[in-house]
Write a new protein. Structure first.
Lengths: 431, 431
C-alpha cells in the first residue's frame, strides 16, 4: 500500500510537469492575442503619427478631420489592447520573463495614458513635428518591447520562432514608417543633406536585418504572403526613390514633387507589411491552439497510462540500470518469487525519459530561436551602461548610440558591442 | 478620473512585476530547503551504498548491523526530502525550468520507490556488488539532477551562483565517493589494471573540474570552509595513494594492506566535503531570506510611492522623450495653464526604467552563472542523440560515452561535443 501511494507521487509529479507545460501554452495563446492587439494598435499609432505631423506642420490647415477620425480608431484599438491585457492572469504567472513583461506593459500603458494630453497639445498646435515623431515613436518602441518580452519568455520553441519572426516584422515595419517620414522630410525640402541621408541609410540597413530575421523564422505560408505582398515592381520603384535621395546629397537637390509619390509608395508598402503581420498572427494562433490540443491529449494519455500502472504496482528493481556481467545469472532469475515483472518501473522510466529528452531538445531549439534576440539585448545592455556612466535617460542613451553609429558609419549593434567590450576592459583595469 | 484609473493600471503592472519577483524568491527559499534535504539524503545513500557493497561482497558476513542502522537513517532523510517536496506549490509554479524540475523529481521519487525492493534483494544477497554500485549511483544521479534543474531555473543571479556552486560541490563529492570505491577495489585486489586506473584518472579529472567551478561560484565564507576542510596534509596523502595506484599498473601490484587506509582517508575527505556543503547551504538560505526581505521592502516602497503619484495625477506629456531643438521655446512653457508639472510621468518612468535596467543586468549575470551549466547540458544532449541513434536507454548511452572517453583518453565533455558536431554534420549532409 505504501508502495502504491509512493508511486502515485511519481505519477503526480509527471502530471504536474505536463500541466505546467499546458499552463504555459495556454498563456502563449493569450499572449498571441495580445500581440495581435499590439500589432493593430501600433499600426493605428503609426498612421496617427503621420497625420498629426502633417496637421502641425501645416499649422492646422491640413488633415484635421482625417486626424480626428484616426484618433477615434486608435482609441478603439487601445481599448481592444486593454481588454486583451485584462485577460492575462497576472496572479498565475511567475517567471523571470514575466517580471520583465509586466514592467514593459506598465511602461507602454504609461505612454498610452500620456497620449491624451499630447493629443490636446497637438490640437492646440503646441508641439513641434520633431517632438511629435519622437513621442509617438517612443510609444511604439514601448509597445514593441512588450512583443519582444513575449518572444523572449515563450517556452515552446516553435511558438518562440513565430514570435521572433513577428517581433522583427513589426520592428521592420516601424523602421519602414520612420523611413517614410525621413524621406518625406527630405523630398519636401527639395533634397537630402548628410545627416538626413545618413539616417536614411541606417533605417534601410536596420530594416533589412529585421526582415532577414523575419524570413529566417517565419512559417512557409507567411513567407508566401511576404513574397506576394511586396512585389518586385514596388521594390524596384522604392530603390529608385532611395537612389534619388542619396544622389541629391551630391547634386544638391531632388524634385519636390516626388514627395507625394514617395509618401504613397511607402504607405502602400507599410500596409502590405501589415497584411503579412495579420497572416503571421493567424499562423501564431493556429500553432498555439494546436500545441495546446496536443499537450492536453498527451496529458490524458499519460493520465490513463499512469492510472493503469499505479493500479498494478510490482516492486521495482534496479535491473533497468544494470548491465549484467557475462558471468552473472540473468537478472530476471534473481527476483523474489512473489514479484511481478518490472513493468511499472520500465514504463515509468520510459515516460520520464521521453519527457525529459523532449524537454531537453525543446530547450536546445528554444536557445536557437532566442539567439536572434541577442542582438537587441546587446543594444539594451550598452544603453544601460551609457545611462549609468553618462547619467542619461534611456532615450538619450539610445539617441547617443544612434548618433555614434551614424557619424562612424557603423551598425547600431556594432556600436553596442564595442561599448560593452570597452566597459568590460575598464572593469578589468579597475580590479 | 479616467486618467487616474488608467494610471492605477500602470501602477498595478509595476506591482505585479515586483510580486512576480517575490513569488520567485519565495520559491527559491523553498528550493534551498529542498536542496539541503537532497544533500543529506545523497550523503546517507552514499554511505548505504558503501555498506551494502561491503555486506554483499563479504557474502553477508560484514557490516550487516551497521547497514541496518544506516538504512534507518536513510529512511529518515528520505522522509525529510518528501516533506520538503510537499511544501513546493506545484500549482503556482509554471515556467520551462519547473516543467523539467518536476520531471526530474518524478524520476528521483521513482528511484526511491525502487530502493525498497533493492534493499530486500541486498539482504537476500541477490545482487552483485556492481549492480549495487550502479543502482545507487543512478539514484544519486537522479537526485543531483533535481539540484541541477533548481540551479538552472533560478531567476536571481546571486542565488543561481550559489546553486551552481552547490550542484558542482555535490557532484564532486559523488565523484569522490566513486573514486573511493574504485580505489578500494584496486587496493583490495592488490593492484590496478589499465581499465581501473583509467577510470580512476577520469574520476580525478572530473572531480577537479567540479571543484574548480564550485570555487569560482561559492561565497567567501564557504570558500574558507573549503580551504579549512581539506588540509594540505590530507591532500598530500591522497596524492601519494593515487600515485601508488597508478604506479601499480606498471609494477603489477600494490600493497593490499593500503585498502583500509585508503578507505579511511577518502571517507574523511567525503565527510569534510559534506561539511562544506552544509556551510554553503547556510549561505544559500541566508541569501534567499535577505533577497526576499529586500524585495518585500522594495514592494512596500514602490506601493507608497505609486499611491502618492496616483493620488496627484497631472496630465503627462512627451516632454521627457523630447530634446527641444535650440530654437524652440523651453518645453515647460508649452504646457496648458491648468497642468501640473510632469512629475507623475517623470517618476513613473524612473521607476519603470530602474526596474527594467535592473532586470536586464540580472539577466546578464544570470546567463554568466548558467554558462557553467552548459558543459553538463552538452553531455545531456549527446546522450539524447546516442539514445535516439543507437536505441539505447539513458544509462546505456551515458556508459557508452564514458567508455568512449576512457578508451580515447578524453574528457567526457569533449566526447559529448564531438558527438554533437558529428550529428550536426550528418544533418547537413542529409539536407
Amino acid at each position: 500500500m505504501a508502495n502504491t501511494s509512493a508511486t502515485q507521487e511519481v505519477a503526480d509529479y509527471l502530471l504536474a510537469s505536463k500541466r505546467c507545460e499546458i499552463l504555459g501554452l495556454d498563456h502563449l495563446l493569450h499572449m498571441g492575442r495580445l500581440v495581435a492587439a499590439v500589432s493593430d494598435l501600433v499600426h493605428a499609432l503609426q498612421q496617427e503619427r503621420g497625420l498629426s505631423n502633417l496637421h502641425v506642420a501645416s499649422r492646422g490647415e491640413r488633415a484635421g478631420e482625417r486626424l480626428a477620425r484616426r484618433v477615434e480608431e486608435t482609441r478603439d484599438r487601445e481599448q481592444a489592447f486593454r481588454e486583451r491585457l485584462a485577460e492575462l492572469d497576472t496572479q498565475r504567472l511567475c517567471s523571470p520573463g514575466f517580471v520583465r513583461l509586466f514592467a514593459r506593459i506598465a511602461y507602454a500603458l504609461h505612454g498610452l495614458d500620456e497620449l491624451r494630453a499630447v493629443r490636446r497639445e497637438i490640437r492646440g498646435l503646441k508641439l513641434s513635428p520633431e517632438a511629435i515623431i519622437e513621442g509617438y515613436s517612443e510609444l511604439v518602441r514601448g509597445l514593441l518591447a512588450v512583443v519582444f518580452e513575449a518572444a523572449d519568455a515563450a517556452a515552446d520553441p516553435d511558438i518562440s520562432r513565430v514570435l521572433v519572426a513577428m517581433f522583427h516584422l513589426m520592428q521592420g515595419k516601424e523602421l519602414a514608417g520612420q523611413e517614410r517620414a525621413v524621406g518625406a522630410a527630405g523630398f519636401a525640402r527639395g533634397g537630402f543633406d548628410e545627416p538626413l541621408s545618413g539616417r536614411l541609410q541606417q533605417l534601410i540597413d536596420h530594416q533589412e536585418r529585421c526582415f532577414q530575421i523575419f524570413m529566417e523564422f517565419a512559417d512557409s505560408r507567411s513567407l508566401d504572403a511576404w513574397r506576394g505582398a511586396i512585389s518586385r515592381e514596388a521594390m524596384t520603384t522604392l530603390e529608385r526613390f532611395r537612389r534619388i535621395a542619396f544622389a541629391s546629397v551630391q547634386e544638391g537637390q531632388a524634385e519636390q514633387s516626388l514627395c507625394d509619390d514617395w509618401f504613397e509608395l511607402t504607405t502602400a508598402r507599410i500596409n502590405a507589411i501589415k497584411e503579412v503581420e495579420d497572416r503571421l498572427e493567424v499562423a501564431l494562433t493556429e500553432l498555439c491552439a494546436r500545441k495546446l490540443e496536443d499537450a492536453r491529449a498527451d496529458l490524458d494519455k499519460h493520465r490513463i497510462e499512469l492510472d493503469t500502472l499505479v493500479e498494478q504496482p510490482g516492486p521495482g528493481s534496479f535491473a533497468i540500470f544494470y548491465d549484467p556481467p557475462a558471468d552473472a545469472p540473468p537478472v530476471e532469475e534473481t527476483y523474489d518469487a512473489g514479484c511481478a515483472s518490472p513493468r511499472l518501473g520500465r514504463s515509468l522510466i520510459d515516460l520520464v525519459q521521453s519527457q525529459s529528452l523532449r524537454l531537453h531538445e525543446m530547450g536546445e531549439q528554444l536557445r536557437e530561436a532566442q539567439a536572434a534576440l541577442e542582438e537587441r539585448k546587446s543594444i539594451e545592455k550598452a544603453k544601460g551602461l551609457i545611462m549609468t556612466h553618462r547619467d542619461m535617460t534611456e532615450d538619450e542613451a539610445y539617441r547617443f548610440m544612434r548618433k555614434l553609429a551614424m557619424t562612424q558609419n557603423k551598425k547600431l549593434v556594432d556600436v553596442a558591442r564595442a561599448t560593452i567590450d570597452l566597459a568590460d576592459m575598464f572593469k578589468g583595469v579597475g580590479r
